[in-house]
Design a protein around this ligand. Structure first.
Ligand SMILES: NC(=O)c1ccc[n+]([C@@H]2O[C@H](COP(=O)([O-])OP(=O)(O)OC[C@H]3O[C@@H](n4cnc5c(N)ncnc54)[C@H](OP(=O)(O)O)[C@@H]3O)[C@@H](O)[C@H]2O)c1
Length: 314
């Protein structure tokens, strides 16, 4: 199959392109940088240099690749998410998710692609009711401030993709990515925080995370290119876990001291409402649908295995 990957140079794009090539697909990867284009070519794909906001150039690039499927792995997040920053840390990604998706979808359709697979996240479910959510659960569209803007942009991306006419739309809601290049690798912001004892267990530590190793994310993306009904799929590992469980294991794995325990009201003063909301209210996700309908399952079934393996952690 011919596959066009937007975001081919990213944390998710790299393992995805490599695995698509290994599965025998003819891949064209997109980046804005000539240097990264060379890296894309090194793994056996073709590369095109293009900005998703240049709609005309994008249409030419996708038409020339003539893909059967387009994969949308575009984000523009900072290496550290500062929830108290003056500028909205999600703003560049929000634009990529709204305007970028519009451009990419139009280009995919103009090029006659049959399918588009797009990246969303599995950790924006509304923080009410059960702790593990399936794809039918509502998103946290009422989230305050910057989080609300991120949720709205995710919702926009998902609606554009799943409601698109003339092309099969698949949304993959990936869990918290760990592995090389992520917040959790050896130089990632979460590791830095753990080593500085700035990754505490807040309140009851009930905020529940669903993790996913980047290689498993790549495998799920290949599966969604090849098969599965249009729609939305959580792509997460088998063990959603509250912070009181995973934080001590992560700290131990990276050689940090035991995490501190901090009452929610104190954490709110220091880190802000949004960070405390995440630490105490976040919902995890179920991967049952992706396993059943995409025939995918994570090789690292639990973050426990992944965190313990320094190579996998990156
Ligand atoms: N689910 C998750 O947990 C999740 C999801 C995404 C990101 N993150 C984290 O966020 C951190 C930063 O990652 P990131 O957002 O920078 O993503 P990234 O994975 O490094 O890459 C983003 C991709 O989008 C491309 N891109 C961005 N804007 C573009 C534009 N205007 N036109 C064309 N291509 C564009 C980049 O291409 P260029 O080569 O042109 O830069 C790159 O290929 C990492 O630690 C990562 O783990 C986490």
């Amino acid at each position: 199959m011919k596959v066009f990957v937007a975001g081919a140079s990213g944390v998710l794009g790299r393992p995805t392109v490599r695995q698509l090539v290994a599965a025998g697909h003819e891949v064209t990867g997109m980046t804005r940088s000539k240097g990264r284009a060379a890296e894309i070519c090194e793994v056996g794909a073709a590369a095109v240099v293009c900005d998703v906001f240049d709609a005309k150039a994008l249409e030419v690039a996708v038409r020339e690749a003539a893909p059967d499927a387009v994969v949308h792995l575009l984000t523009a997040l900072p290496q550290r998410l500062d929830y108290k920053a003056k500028d909205n840390p999600f703003a560049p990604t929000n634009r990529v998710r709204s305007e970028g998706t519009r451009n990419l979808l139009a280009a995919a359709k103009a090029a006659g692609a049959r399918r588009i697979v797009a990246e969303s996240v599995a950790f924006f479910y509304a923080p009410a009711g059960g702790w593990i959510k399936d794809e039918e659960a509502p998103l946290n569209l009422d989230a305050p401030g910057d989080f609300g803007s991120a949720a709205a942009a995710l919702d926009d991306l998902e609606r554009q993709v799943t409601a698109a006419e003339g092309i099969e739309g698949i949304v993959l809601r990936y869990g918290w990515l760990y592995g090389p290049g992520t917040f959790f690798d050896r130089v990632g912001s979460q590791t830095e925080d753990a080593l500085k004892r700035r990754l505490p267990i807040v309140g009851e530590g009930s905020g529940t995370f669903s993790f996913l190793h980047v290689e498993d994310a790549g495998a799920a993306t290949v599966a969604a290119v090849e098969r599965g009904a249009p729609g939305t799929y959580n792509v997460v590992d088998d063990e959603p876990a509250p912070m009181r469980e995973w934080v001590p294991v992560f700290c131990d794995a990276v050689g940090a001291k035991k995490p501190l325990r901090v009452p929610a009201w104190i954490a709110r003063l220091i880190a802000g409402k949004a960070a405390v909301g995440s630490a105490t209210q976040l919902r995890g996700a179920s991967n049952a649908k992706a396993k059943r309908e995409l025939g995918w399952q994570p090789r690292l079934a639990s973050w426990r295995q992944g965190f313990a393996d320094s190579e996998a952690r990156g």
